[in-house]
Design a protein around this ligand. Structure first.
Ligand code: SF4
Length: 298
């Protein structure tokens, strides 16, 4: 594509949302939409260069497609929203470029995969069986805080060894994909290990159906018994059947943990109005003293 063709495409893209004025007081393009004004200098702003390869990612297959025009010979799409292609080993073991997004925490996967096969989850297909992935030193970059995106770190011996190491290094961590309550409930040593962790965010677990309530209660009791002291325990609740979810909500509230409701969503499943209404009821802090029967919002 030539520069002129690319400029034309860019103009068409802007025209959808803005009134356009050209060559205004030396500015190439001025785009106006209500109180929004954008000045575009074509040569400097559009930065016409031939890009050999561009990478585009999407996490969820139901996410809206990014329509940015990319002037590249080859566009490589990746992420679970497009496909389940695994990253090359060298990429898994590369230090992230933290400067790109000015992100304050180290970020990585100590393990990949999971031992379970929950029907709503793509991890078993995407990442396969649980395996060791990296050492925290590979992506820590001397940071004192880390967000770990492991799907089931407690089920891995390597994951547990890494948690020991994290404790020794004195790093604050967030296991942002949650910790498996079934493993904590079944093993006091793991609850003891977690009591030595410094938490960056609440400790997250999940209670996805009524059958898991007992195990969540046992995990929370063990964590409290051994003195795990995150700011809060935070429990995700998958929402499909409202009655089942409501029972879990009251159970979690009595257990004094923070529930977070997430209706089931995928490229073929759209949450119902009632599921969304229920999630709003659970997730709105100001409504903590309101019962579902009294919740009026439609
Ligand atoms: S335990 Fe978590 S990561 Fe593993 S399959 Fe279930 S939802 Fe997915």
């Amino acid at each position: 594509m030539t520069e002129a063709e690319l400029a034309q495409k860019f103009v068409e893209y802007l025209q959808d949302q803005y009134e356009l004025y050209f060559e205004v007081e030396g500015v190439d393009i001025v785009a106006k939409n209500g109180h929004i004004l954008i000045a575009v200098e074509v040569k400097t702003s559009l930065n016409f260069r031939v890009i050999e390869q561009a990478y585009k990612s999407k996490v969820f297959n139901y996410a809206t497609e990014d329509k940015t025009i990319i002037n590249a010979d080859q566009i490589i799409e990746g992420g679970a929203g497009y496909n389940y292609v695994k990253l090359h080993k060298e990429i898994e073991h590369s230090l992230p470029d933290y400067g790109l997004y000015n992100y304050p925490h180290a970020l990585g996967f100590l393990t990949r995969g999971c031992i379970r096969k929950c029907y709503f989850c793509i991890v078993p297909q995407k990442e396969g069986i649980l395996k060791a992935n990296t050492d925290i030193d590979e992506f820590l970059d001397k940071r004192k805080t880390a967000v770990l995106m492991d799907n089931n770190v407690l089920a891995s011996n390597h994951g547990l060894e890494q948690i020991e190491k994290i404790i020794k290094l004195g790093i604050k961590v967030d296991f942002n994909q949650g910790l498996d309550a079934r493993i904590i409930s079944a093993n006091s040593d793991i609850a003891k290990l977690l009591s030595r962790v410094k938490w960056l965010k609440p400790l997250r677990m999940a209670c996805d159906n009524k059958n898991q309530m007992q195990v969540v209660q046992s995990a929370v009791e063990k964590l409290r018994k051994y003195g795990a002291t995150p700011r809060q325990y935070f429990v995700y609740m998958l929402v499909t059947d409202i009655d089942d979810a409501l029972e879990r909500f009251y159970f979690l509230r009595n257990l004094k943990v923070d529930p977070f409701a997430q209706p089931l969503i995928s490229n073929v499943i759209t949450p119902t109005k009632e599921q969304k209404r229920f999630a709003r009821f659970v997730n709105t802090r100001q409504l903590r003293n309101v019962s579902w029967d009294d919740y009026k919002y439609k």
